[in-house]
Write a protein that binds this ligand. Structure first.
Ligand code: PBG
Length: 317
């Protein structure tokens, strides 16, 4: 095989996997009541953004050839139910309208979950015994999906892991005349330590307990495929595996087992790890990031959601 590696031209001719900005989604954190931007300490290079700053940041991503942003919101106030999530004037709805008004050709994907909006930080409403009430949560998620789509979201991305949510969201969207809004489901979402920096950024760490009652056991791959198949049966348009790097085998299995587009979420901890190693002079950031992300593509991800998206686009141009 060495014959095929002799020159760059030959290597290019036989390359199996491509990485381009066209495959990337750039996540952003929009915060109520902010003026401009404030760096997120746990995620070097990523900021909390005001609505205005989010519009600018989205424009920068679009100019770099990135087709989509994924929005997370930090609301004015949190409560037991997470009512800020479906507020028509909520932070994500407001930012979605503002971004679509300025950058109509950029896709806006909205993260759909209650954990950034609940006072206890869980992804759904809690019963008296402290366990998440699956079915009650479904109703609130459905309201949130409708409000996000009505604000102009191009795709909604449920990240809560409640049972039956894709079907519930599909039904609610269809009933409101939003049948054209696709669902990108966080299908195989593992209970992962790699969400640590995000929870600091989104101020969404559960105040009590953990998410193992609804997120998946890292030891299970077939269960990830089952979750993905269920979401596909319920009407998901894109299936997601999250995190990415410790779960490359799950990405491959989901890709092989279904015929829907597969997205992988290169999460905050994966990002922070490479940023920290690079800052300490232990790794060449550019080479390490490009290798990690092409690895995720090679494993079968059609779409990669990554905080490195802007850097990657600059490096590739
Ligand atoms: C929550 C949500 C999480 C992430 C995306 N949506 C965190 C969690 O489940 O605790 C993590 C993203 C990241 O770590 O970059 N609904």
């Amino acid at each position: 095989m060495r014959r095929l590696r002799r020159t760059g031209l030959l290597r290019g001719l036989v390359r199996e996997t491509e990485l381009s900005p066209a495959h990337l989604v750039y996540p952003m954190f929009v915060r109520h009541g902010l003026d401009g931007r404030v760096p997120i300490v746990s995620m070097p290079g990523i900021d909390h953004l005001s609505v205005g700053a989010a519009v600018d940041e989205a424009g920068e991503a679009a100019a770099l050839g990135i087709p989509a942003v994924l929005l997370f919101g930090l609301p004015a106030a949190k409560d037991e139910e997470g009512s800020g999530a479906w507020d028509e004037g909520g932070i994500v709805q407001t930012a979605t309208r503002a971004i679509k008004a300025q950058h109509p050709d950029l896709l806006v994907i909205t993260d759909l979950c209650l954990c950034e909006y609940t006072s206890h930080g869980h992804c759904g409403v809690l019963r008296d015994d402290g366990v998440v009430d699956n079915d009650l949560t479904l109703e609130l998620l459905a309201r949130t999906a409708v409000s996000q789509a009505e604000a102009g979201a191009d795709l909604v991305a449920p990240s809560d892991m409640m049972d039956g949510r894709v079907g519930a969201l599909r039904g609610a969207l269809d009933d409101r005349g939003l049948a054209e809004t696709p669902i990108m489901a966080y299908s195989a979402k593992y209970a992962s330590a790699f969400y640590g920096p995000f929870r600091e950024a989104a101020e969404s760490a559960p105040s009590k307990g953990d998410r193992r009652g609804y997120q998946m056991d890292p030891a299970n791959a077939l269960e990830g495929v089952r979750e993905a198949q269920l979401d596909a049966d319920e009407g998901a348009d894109v299936l997601m595996v999250k995190p990415a790097l410790p779960y490359l085998d799950v990405i491959r299995r989901v890709k092989d087992a279904t015929n829907l587009p597969v997205a992988a979420y290169n999460v905050s901890g994966e990002y922070a790890m490479l940023k920290a190693a690079a800052a300490a002079g232990l790794l060449d950031e550019r080479a390490a990031v490009l290798e990690a992300i092409i690895g995720i593509r090679r494993a079968g991800a059609d779409i990669v959601i990554t905080y490195h998206a802007k850097d990657i686009s600059r490096w590739l141009s």
